[in-house]
Design a protein around this ligand. Sequence first.
Ligand code: ADP
Ligand code: MG
Length: 242
Amino acid sequence: TEEVNALREDLGSIKVKGKNCPKPLKSWAQCGLSAKVLDVIKKCGYEKPTPIQAQAIPAVMCGRDLIGIARTGSGKTLAFLLPLFRHILDQPPLNYEDGPISFILSPTRELALQIYAECKKFCKPLKLRVVCVYGGTGISDQIADLKRGAEIVVCTPGRMIDMLGANNGKVTNMRRVTYVVLDEADRMFDMGFEPQVTKIVQMVRPDRQTVMFSATFPRQMEALARKILSKPIEVLVGGRSV
Ligand code: ADP
Ligand code: MG
């Protein structure tokens, strides 16, 4: 473990809390990603994992819940997307009536669209479908998108709650959701979305995997984390700023 801690320090001041966290990655080749995923990574010019990716990806790929804290611009999006693709590819394909396998919650429409764009680069070669659900625009096109079926839904909390209630709750269902992401959790909290986020997450089956990413981890967010995460690993890159 001394050795693993030295490697964490070496890869960029990675601190870990929680039991049995796997070793961080030194290269993409180490993490068991599919050839198609590695191909997109290469085309994007991402030579090696950033520190948050190096530690969060193996932890999430082991099936653990996770709190990942690293500054803006540190590559948190791929830290939850790459394990997500593995998770989906390991499961039987969707049937016609099935709802999504994963939800990614984002505080704003702009961020949701950024995650959606990053996700789409991989979805095409992997033959997966992603839908983006956000407010400030008509709901009917988004209802149609969701009804066509998608493995992944990127959404803002308010519109997702509207969506779950639309057409007498017949637009989609949470039965197959097993991977939930809360991105920019600190902003979600600041914007007062905690009740909506809790409501959505608690509709998902209890055996789900839940991961939370944030630039900061203020004390008030710990209660939310305790409520929705189970035995999480906490990965902190570059010190805790509140
Ligand atoms: P965060 O969510 O932490 O703010 P992003 O996931 O939006 O960060 O990533 C920031 C930028 O870094 C994006 O432009 C993304 O394409 C790029 N990026 C992500 N991972 C890598 C990597 N491993 N190597 C180089 N660039 C990367
Ligand atoms: Mg981000």
